[in-house]
Design a protein around this ligand. Sequence first.
Ligand SMILES: [Zn+2]
Length: 140
Amino acid sequence: MWLQSWMRLDQPRLMASLQAMGFRKWYERQLVVSHGWMAFCFICIILMATGLELFSSSKGFAEFLADSLFIAAALVGTWIAWRQYATRMVLAEAIGVQAHCLSCGHYGFRIDQNTLNTRKLTVRCTKCAHRWPISQYEDA
Ligand SMILES: [Zn+2]
């Protein structure tokens, strides 16, 4: 899978943020941050189009080079922003679809303290204390 290494479930940083915020706040934050990246992606696409417009009217090598660098920077920004958006959304959705308690149907969980340093994430229902595993991908 193409998920970035820092977004994997077994990374301490992700576990720490999930534990500190709780699932619901973490999920909301992922949605807000990833849509911020999507907005930045659109801005970069607009900048790329602007660069192409400048490109067609450039005179001389220096202007050609400056316009090329502008377009390249906008392209890199678009790629980075898209990756951030897609990675965060895929992870948030993969965990989000597993966030219903299998026993009582309550939505949301807390991380089980005992599994913090393992690769497998076990979570506990905040309503009935039922425990279940969360995997990186919904089909795993
Ligand atoms: Zn429950």
